[in-house]
Design a protein around this ligand. Structure first.
Ligand SMILES: [Zn+2]
Length: 179
């Protein structure tokens, strides 16, 4: 009898393994880029960096000039963290090693958040909660990126940074001029 149970368990495990193997694993569209320590304050062209973000995140061409005029990027080592943003002056301070499209995407969102109407800031949490229940990519981001859980502002930035143009329609209203 024990041998039969053992056999069934082995068989079930084998089936489970096959099922798991056949399931395509979901991946975040924009995984975190590694810092590049070869980059320096002088080697980075901020216009190219902005263009790289606009292209990588598929921002509609009609909004490119808006973003280029509205947001300013300063490559600087004055802050100990990868980047810092002054939303009031729409200025992003970014360390050279972190000057990549994903970090720009995150910081741009802080400028956007600052300009959202209060009503939108108040409903974001509920819409994010609903997306976490219904959208596999938002669920994956929430489950795998601990920084998402910091507060609404960081969650707003991280959703766009990792999911980008695949953000569900129900959340696009929180990201004007990005889709
Ligand atoms: Zn942030």
């Amino acid at each position: 009898m024990n041998k039969l149970v053992e056999l069934i368990v082995t068989l079930l495990n084998a089936i489970l393994k096959i099922l798991k193997g056949n399931k395509p694993s979901l991946k975040l569209p924009h995984p975190e880029e590694k810092p590049d320590y070869n980059l320096t304050v002088d080697s980075i062209n901020v216009e190219n960096l902005m263009n790289e973000w606009l292209a990588t995140y598929d921002v509609p061409a009609e909004y490119h000039s808006y973003w280029k005029e509205h947001c300013h990027i300063i490559v600087s080592k004055q802050y100990p963290f990868p980047a810092a943003t002054s939303a009031q002056t729409q200025t992003i301070y970014i360390r050279p090693e972190w000057a990549n499209p994903g970090v720009i995407a995150h910081e741009i969102c802080h400028i956007i958040w600052d300009e959202l109407p209060e009503t939108a800031k108040n409903t974001f949490e509920d819409d994010l909660y609903n997306a976490r229940k219904s959208d596999p990519l938002i669920t994956l981001a929430w489950d795998t990126i601990p920084y998402m859980k910091t507060n609404d502002i960081e969650a707003h930035a991280e959703c766009y940074r990792y999911v980008g143009q695949a953000i569900p329609d129900s959340m696009k209203t929180y990201y004007p001029k990005l889709f």
